[in-house]
Design a protein around this ligand. Structure first.
Ligand SMILES: CC(C)=CCC/C(C)=C/CC/C(C)=C/COP(=O)(O)OP(=O)(O)O
Length: 274
């Protein structure tokens, strides 16, 4: 039983689940939500992320086994594929009412993103549009947080644009370590089509652009400290790329660190998300 629980934790893509859920909580606090609403938003995003992560591992089990992925519990035989599918649908069944409890528009924005992420798992990750579900997913988070405020205000264009750019960066960073193994099993998303070298060169671009949009987008003169954000984002992205020989997840950790810096800027300057 303990073994199955552990395998389910490892199978849900725990790193991205924790990162995306924590960033959403930080955004919710920044937007001025109370404790109860922060917990509801966090629960909606957590269940969505769990459903996406489990669906990904259950669907990819055969491919992961061919690639000898011992880090994948279903492929390694530690947990049954059916168990992980049931977990994915169970989490999705919780995600729907939790999302809609955040508000009809807010919940719809989040559920479109979760649907796009399932479409990534089942089809889009092997197409030139592999980046799109990530862009939709990350752009939906400020939309969920903003539309869940009293009066359902629309999120500011710059926070949605920055979210979409961070999503594209997260996609490039997530795929980089697996490009060769993916190509061997016929997965040809955008980073695979660009190739490892061009994907590496491209990775800092959306991460720096996201930080620049957040710095320059809000009305008024940006604070002097805020102008340091885009170069800092570039430095973090390049550091992630330089460290990836020793730590394959370094580019993804760098992308998450840039997102955390971006949310930190919003919090520090009280800019909010609307
Ligand atoms: C807010 C929201 C809904 C965001 C979701 C964005 C999104 C499309 C996430 C996909 C996450 C995921 C399971 C990637 C695994 O990809 P992989 O199969 O290429 O990598 P792997 O080999 O490590 O499993």
């Amino acid at each position: 039983m303990l073994g199955v629980g552990r395998a389910l934790v490892l199978s849900c893509h725990p790193g991205p689940v924790v990162a995306v859920t924590t960033l959403t909580l930080a955004l919710a606090v920044t937007a001025g939500h109370g404790v109860g609403r922060c917990l509801l938003l966090t629960a909606a995003v957590l269940t969505g992320q769990l459903s996406v992560g489990w669906c990904n591992d259950a669907y990819d089990a055969r491919r992961d086994a061919v690639n000898g992925r011992r880090d994948k519990p279903v492929a390694a035989g530690t947990v049954g594929q059916g168990t992980v599918w049931r977990a994915a649908f169970g989490a999705l069944a919780l995600c729907v009412p939790l999302s809609l409890a955040c508000g009809a528009l807010a919940g719809t924005a989040h559920l479109i993103a979760v649907g796009a992420a399932w479409a990534y798992n089942l089809r889009l990750k092997a197409t030139p549009l592999s980046w799109l579900p990530y862009a939709i997913g990350f752009a939906s988070l400020p939309a969920l947080v903003s539309l869940s405020l009293p009066g359902s205000p629309w999120p500011a264009w710059w926070v949605v644009t920055a979210g979409a750019l961070l999503g594209v960066g997260a996609h490039l960073a997530d795929v980089l370590p697996d490009i060769r193994a993916d190509l061997a099993t016929g997965v040809r998303g955008l980073p695979h089509r660009l190739g490892a070298t061009r994907s590496r060169l491209l990775l800092p671009v959306p991460l720096v652009a996201a930080s620049a949009v957040l710095t320059l987008g809000p009305q008024g003169q940006p604070a002097a400290g805020a102008l340091l954000l885009p170069p800092a984002a570039g430095a973090v992205a390049v550091a992630g790329l330089l460290l990836d020989r020793r730590h394959t997840k370094a580019p993804f950790v760098a992308a998450v660190a840039v997102a955390a810096l971006d949310v930190g800027l919003l919090t520090a300057h009280g800019t909010g998300v609307t």
